[in-house]
Ligand binder design. Structure first.
Ligand SMILES: [Zn+2]
Length: 114
């Protein structure tokens, strides 16, 4: 089990959200769940907001899983109670939006300006 590094710290609302990639063994040990090594990711909100992603998934699945887990964090931060189904719908819809490369570039180039 390799202890992961925090790859990103995003500010959502006023809360820092740590985004972490790790292997399945670490994810299961950290979550206390037994997924028989078949885990995409999970999120936590205590003691800090963290989105965990299985580093061994294909790159596109890592990206969609990261977005999925962030949506769970957003739901917790703003106390909006998104169900698993609603998180999945938003994940798929946002992945569709962001897969339009020209539009994604437009969004990033303008939203990343500070
Ligand atoms: Zn979920």
């Amino acid at each position: 089990m390799k202890i992961p590094d925090v790859r990103y710290v995003l500010t959502i609302g006023a809360e820092p959200v740590h985004v972490v990639w790790a292997d399945a063994e670490y994810l299961e040990a950290t979550s206390g769940e037994d997924w028989n090594g078949c885990v995409y990711g999970f999120s936590s909100s205590f003691p800090q907001y963290v989105s965990y992603v299985n580093q061994d998934l294909p790159p596109r699945t890592q990206a969609s899983t990261s977005l999925h887990e962030l949506l769970h964090n957003i739901s917790a931060i703003f106390d909006i109670g998104l169900s698993e189904q609603k998180v999945r719908i938003l994940e798929q819809a946002l992945c569709q939006v962001l897969s339009h490369k020209d539009y994604a570039k437009y969004l990033i180039s303008n939203l990343a300006k500070s």
